[in-house]
Design a protein around this ligand. Structure first.
Ligand code: CP
Length: 360
């Protein structure tokens, strides 16, 4: 039995297989309509969501399964102080698979170490959002016909934008990818992605502050929202919130064959005047999310049936005598969780928290 906490839990071959399954679901929906009959998906959403929760629920219903869950922390016993570990053990008694969104980084990982059914990370703080990446990959594949040899512009909040982090990790595994990072100084890509992924794998990237300058070279433009809820100092949010606005004038600088993605919700960063441009793929992207979640649910339930045992934690290079200083880490509020760090870069001696990946 396997959980998906990071996009790196899926190999490139598995990503390609999920995309193929999603395309088959689109072409032959009737073939899949009873595949999950008598199975239940629990959606545990401790943070607001429209697309992710509803597309997970629609995905399970269209596979013939059923759904249960909650859409806010206040209606769960987490509000009485129940731990993530206990919540996962309990929900395992009622459902065959669960999707968890949580504001604390590493919370779905903790759930996966305690659940007896597969856990899917539906977004944890500013850390990861692997199923959004699945939606992004299917969208790029359907819009442009390939996932290799692309110049991908990532624009906006690259610091807290968990969808950006997961997308970089996924696309870096395809050949011929170049990233153009377009962000204000305060919202640049975190060092753990820059060094662990881009520099380690030798992926070409450039950092520029002008969206206009980037536009002509892009095959994909991935816009993101500046996320008010991630800022401790709201005056910084107010200063940065309208840093980038995509409008028809900027679209006029882009290639004829390119696509604009956005995980949504948007606030001001894409003018509604762009919506009718055939290159605006963000609403199709939200639909693609449902198909990829269907493919993922199918894959994880089939695996769990073949092998119901939880995969053991890889104990290699774990140390327990360091302390995580990330105030958003699940270990900052759940005192019973052991502090645990993995040596991720032997040469540089870098240890990272196993929950949130913050450097020690
Ligand atoms: N893209 C995304 O995660 O949207 P929601 O927050 O509405 O789920």
């Amino acid at each position: 039995m396997r959980s998906v906490i990071s996009i790196l839990d899926l190999s490139t071959e598995e990503l390609d297989k999920l995309i193929a399954t999603a395309k088959d679901i689109i072409a032959n929906p009737v073939k899949y309509q009873d595949k999950c009959a008598h199975k239940k998906l629990a959606t545990l959403f401790f943070e607001p969501s429209t697309r992710t929760r509803l597309s997970f629920e629609a995905a399970m219903l269209e596979l013939g399964g059923q759904v249960l869950g909650f859409s806010q922390a206040s209606s769960s016993s987490a509000s009485k102080g129940e731990s993530m570990a206990d919540t996962a053990k309990i929900v395992s008694c009622y459902a065959d698979i669960m999707a968890i969104r949580h504001p604390r980084e590493g919370a779905p990982f903790v759930a996966s170490r305690n659940a007896t059914v597969p856990v899917i990370n539906a977004g944890d703080g500013g850390h990861n959002h692997p199923t959004q990446t699945l939606a992004d990959l299917l969208t790029i594949s359907r819009e442009l016909g390939r996932l290799d040899n692309l110049t991908i512009g990532l624009c906006g909040d690259l610091k807290y934008g968990r969808t950006v982090h997961s997308l970089i990790e996924a696309m870096s595994r395809y050949p011929g990818i170049k990233f153009v990072l377009i962000a204000p100084e305060e919202l640049k890509l975190p060092s753990y992605i820059r060094y662990n992924v881009l520099e380690k794998l030798g992926i070409p990237y450039e950092e520029i502050s002008s969206l206009e300058e980037a536009m002509p070279q892009l095959d994909v433009l991935y816009m993101t929202r500046i996320q008010q809820e991630r800022f401790e100092d709201l005056s910084v949010y107010e200063r940065l919130k309208d840093s980038y606005v995509l409008n028809p004038e900027k679209m006029a600088l882009a290639k004829e064959k390119m696509c604009v993605l956005h995980p949504l919700p948007r606030v001001n960063e894409i003018s509604v005047k762009v919506d009718d441009d055939p290159r605006a793929a963000y609403f199709r992207q939200a639909l693609n999310g449902k198909y990829m979640r269907m493919a993922l649910i199918l894959m994880l339930l089939e695996e769990a049936q073949r092998n119901p045992q939880r995969e053991p934690l890889d104990e290699t290079d774990l140390v327990y005598d360091l302390h995580c200083n990330n105030p958003k880490c699940i270990s900052a509020v759940e005192q019973e969780l052991p502090q645990a760090f993995r040596l991720t870069d032997k040469e540089a001696g870098i240890h990272r928290c196993i929950y949130c990946e913050q450097k020690a």
